[in-house]
Design a protein around this ligand. Sequence first.
Ligand code: AVI
Length: 321
Amino acid sequence: MDSLVRFHDQHPQEEAGSLCEELLEGLTATPKCTSPKFFYDRRGSELFDAICEQPEYYPTRTEQAILRAAAADIAEVVGRDATLIELGSGASRKVRLLLEAMHPACYLGVDISRDFLLESTRRLAVDYPWLEVHAACADFTRPMAWPEGLAGERPVAFFPGSSIGNFTPEEAEGFLKGLARLLPAGGGLLVGVDLIKDRAILDAAYNDAAGVTAAFNLNLLQRLRHEFEAEVEPQGFRHRAFYNESASRIEMHLVSLYDQAIRVAGERVEFDAGESLHTESSYKYSIAGFRELAGRAGFEPRAHWTDRDSLFCIHYLERVV
Ligand code: AVI
């Protein structure tokens, strides 16, 4: 085993069959939809990283700038010696901006992608030799328990990137309620949330000029071909993303360019010309709106940090019992 990282394997059993069922359920629904989780095969994850580098896609660099500028302040509010738990830790890049200032008793990275998780937590352990590093391979969107043997008494979850925006508000509330159950009174949540703003900024962020977001969206069809025996021509679809103001969300769609039938896992799925497959929603919140949602889930707002242009917000919420 690894001497630098304590690894906890909580990965659910192979679920290819149920993934396929879930996919077909969405493809045969009206209107057609798929969960954003289907974006993230290897290529999809690379394309998402590339999206974060696009000049129009402000969330990543804005959140990083807030973390950099507010790290000392955040540490003061959150306190030292917490058990810092990063949900969907991926490359564990953003948490680096907090570690020195927060000096947690231990760090736990939680991610579903085992190899990626091990690689990035190992790097963290090398770069921060004073830090006790744990890694849990788990699907944190499902009920889970913190692994045994974590140092520190006050768990603080870190959920950056506005990933919470890819849940519907009802799902987000359910997710936060589940998280609240895992936190004792005084435990906390540091969460990055994209703010409601001028639609031109939002529309541009999801329609970058280099076409990376379009490639990310269309890559879903390639994944269906490789992993779900789909017969589908990606050239038969186009990327569409727009801000739906009444629902406070960006919607991403793949729009069929003509009448066509595709096949997924042996099932025939028909598209009319112009019909769309809704592939992702990215909800945006006001500061007050997100606080209300978190309040319904058992959290109380303690502090928040935003950028000068009010593009993005990091909330610190405490578990109240
Ligand atoms: C991962 N998530 C927060 C991104 C977002 O902005 O909703 C995914 C994304 N989709 C298109 N661009 C980025």
